[in-house]
Design a protein around this ligand. Structure first.
Ligand code: HEC
Length: 184
C-alpha cells in the first residue's frame, strides 16, 4: 500500500513537472497560426457544448419575419462581418487569421443554419472564452441579438432584400482630384 502511494505521488509529481516544462520551454503553441495543443480542440468544444446545452433557450421569442431578418442583416454588417465575412466572395482575412478561425457564416462550410437560434443567441450574448468571439450583451439589445441569430438560422434562404442588405458596400466614389500644392 505504501509503495503504491509513493508511486502515485511520484507519478503526479512527474506529470506536474512535465506540464510545467511543456508550458515554460516554448513547446506550447501560442501563435494564432500554430496547431492546437493536444486535446485542446476536444476539451474546448465539449466544454462549450455542455454549457450551452444546459443554458440555451429552446425557442426564439421573436419570429423570422422579413423585417426582423432585415434588422438582423444590419446588425450583422455592422458588428459581425468584419470577422465572419459577407459571402463566399467576401470572406474575412482577419477572421481566418485568428485562432480559432472565425467561421465564415455565409459560406457553405461555415453556415450555422442547423443550429437552433437559441444556441446562436447564447454565443452572441455570452461570447466564447479564449477565442476572438466577443460578448455582445452590452453593445446590442436583446431584440437585436435574436434578430441576428434568426438571420444566421436562415442564411441559406434569405429574401432578396435581406441578401441585398448584406452585399458589400459599393466602392466609394473617387474623391475629386486633390488640390495642387500652391506654388511658393
Ligand atoms: C472579432 C472577431 C469576431 C466578431 C466581431 C464576431 N465574431 Fe463570432 N466568432 C469569432 C470567432 C473567432 C469564433 C470561433 C469561436 C470558436 O471556434 O469556438 C466565432 C464564433 C461564432 C459563432 C459560432 C459558429 C459555429 O460554427 O458554431 C457564431 C454563431 C458567431 N460567432 C456569431 C457572431 C455574430 C452574430 C457576431 C456579430 C453580432 C459575431 N459573431 C462577431 C469571432 C468574431
Amino acid at each position: 500500500m505504501i509503495r503504491f502511494l509513493i508511486g502515485l505521488i511520484v507519478g503526479i509529481f512527474l506529470v506536474a513537472c512535465g506540464t510545467y516544462y511543456y508550458f515554460t520551454s516554448g513547446m506550447a503553441p501560442v501563435a494564432a497560426t500554430a496547431q492546437p495543443m493536444p486535446f485542446e480542440r476536444l476539451l474546448a468544444k465539449d466544454a462549450l457544448h455542455a454549457k450551452i446545452r444546459s443554458e440555451a433557450l429552446a425557442t426564439s421569442p421573436i419570429q423570422a419575419t422579413p423585417a426582423n431578418l432585415l434588422a438582423g442583416a444590419q446588425v450583422y454588417s455592422h458588428d459581425c462581418a468584419f470577422c465572419h465575412g459577407l459571402s463566399s466572395a467576401q470572406v474575412s482575412p482577419e477572421g481566418r487569421g485568428m485562432f480559432p478561425h472565425a467561421p465564415q457564416l455565409f459560406t457553405p462550410d461555415g453556415m450555422v443554419t442547423d443550429d437552433p437560434p437559441g444556441i446562436t443567441y447564447w454565443k452572441v450574448k455570452n461570447g466564447i472564452r479564449l477565442t476572438g468571439m466577443p460578448s455582445f450583451e452590452k453593445s446590442l439589445t436583446d431584440q437585436q441579438m435574436w434578430q441576428v441569430s434568426l438571420l444566421l438560422r436562415n442564411a441559406d434562404k434569405l429574401p432578396a432584400d435581406v441578401s441585398a442588405a448584406l452585399a458589400p458596400a459599393a466602392e466609394p466614389a473617387p474623391a475629386s482630384t486633390p488640390p495642387k500644392a500652391k506654388p511658393r
